[in-house]
Write a protein that binds this ligand. Structure first.
Ligand SMILES: [Zn+2]
Length: 355
């Protein structure tokens, strides 16, 4: 047999043995993982759990980061430009994402993880009182995050881009009005299950070769969420009725409260960019004192000053730290399920004691 016919026979044998031509080509031999960029750490963990070895995930806002107050860097636009897929929460959580996507010239799919969930309107406790002051609340965030005391108009620029809104923000104006939809949907595990289904479907579409793995991983993941959801409902039912009012830095737990039976008050409303005025704080302190709130809770990604101030003024105990809009860099809060478990444990511990 000539050398050529040996090669030919070998080739035919491989084809007959079930190897595709693509598998023989060095270009396809080592498939690169799908490059996914997520807006914040909770989505990062979900995509990693469902995508496993087939994905390489970058999160724009990392652990302990505040997704409300994020200021993208040029390197973030580069991450998007290189991405195969972008996954965002939607519901106007990422007010900064449309400009960033425009800047990156990313042309691929944008997956809105919250698509299809039952949304919850946000009804702030001091809606009516704020009126036209709302814009000032937003400007207030600059000095926390950008050291931008003198550039109050930065805020306005954000909204000059509203006409470029994409699916990520549901086509709504990017402004965070009171009365908006609450974006913190992941704090109800039933919504987490929908996030997982949306992420699974997007990965299957982007990388059909690994569809079976994505489906199997998502199924296991959703089963764990269902189990934790059922367990959480049982455990939260132990909390005495009179202990169910709590105070958190910002209103990140509305979905949690609706699903598992809590009542909430918070100094800054739905968005960490808001800053309560002195009169807001005075009103809130009064409201808390007359409300028999059981405990105050810190958040891993929020400044603790407000809660500490309320603790000093009202004498109400601090019940611990809840993981709100971000995972933690390590430890049990470094996964979505771990974050959830931690929050439930912390709440039960603080609210089932009668002292
Ligand atoms: Zn939030």
């Amino acid at each position: 047999m000539s050398r050529q016919s040996i090669a030919s026979a070998l080739f035919k044998g491989l084809i007959a043995g079930g190897l595709s031509v693509a598998a023989l080509s060095p270009i396809y031999a080592q498939a690169e993982p799908l490059k996914v960029v997520t807006s914040f750490s909770i989505l990062d963990d979900m995509v990693e759990t469902i995508g496993a070895d087939h994905v390489s995930v970058t999160s724009l806002v990392g652990p302990d980061g505040d997704v409300h107050a994020f200021s993208p860097k040029p390197s973030d636009a580069q991450s998007l430009a290189d991405a195969d897929l972008i996954v965002v929460n939607g519901l106007q959580l990422e007010g900064w994402i449309d400009r960033l996507i425009d800047a990156s010239e990313y042309q691929g799919d944008i997956v809105v993880a919250s698509d299809g969930i039952k949304t919850r309107p946000f009804e702030g406790h001091h809606d009516e009182d704020e009126g036209d002051d709302h814009g000032h609340d937003h400007d207030g965030h600059d000095h926390d995050h950008d050291h931008d005391h003198d550039h109050d108009h930065d805020h306005d620029h954000d909204h000059d881009h509203d006409d470029h809104d994409q699916a990520a923000n549901g086509g709504e104006e990017g402004h965070h009005h009171h009365g908006d939809i609450d974006p913190h949907a992941w704090q109800d595990l039933e919504n987490g299950e929908q996030y997982a289904r949306n992420i699974r479907d997007a990965l299957v579409k982007a990388d059909p070769d690994h569809a079976d793995d994505y489906r199997a991983n998502a199924e296991q993941y959703i089963e764990k969420m269902e189990a934790l959801d059922a367990e959480t409902k049982q455990r939260m039912a132990q909390i005495p009725e009179q202990n169910r009012l709590i105070i958190t830095s910002h209103d990140a737990f509305g979905y949690f409260a609706d699903a598992y039976g809590l009542e909430l008050l918070s100094p800054v409303g739905i968005n960490t960019l808001a800053e309560p005025s002195a009169s807001d704080m005075a009103q809130l302190t009064q409201q808390i004192e007359s409300s028999h709130a059981k405990a105050l809770f810190l958040e891993n990604m929020s400044n603790p000053a407000l809660i500490n101030q309320l603790h000093e003024e009202t004498g109400i105990a601090i019940g611990g730290t809840l993981y709100a809009d971000a995972l933690t860099p390590d430890g049990e809060g470094s996964t979505y399920l771990g974050m959830f478990q931690h929050n439930v444990d912390t709440l039960i511990e603080a609210l089932t004691t009668n002292d």
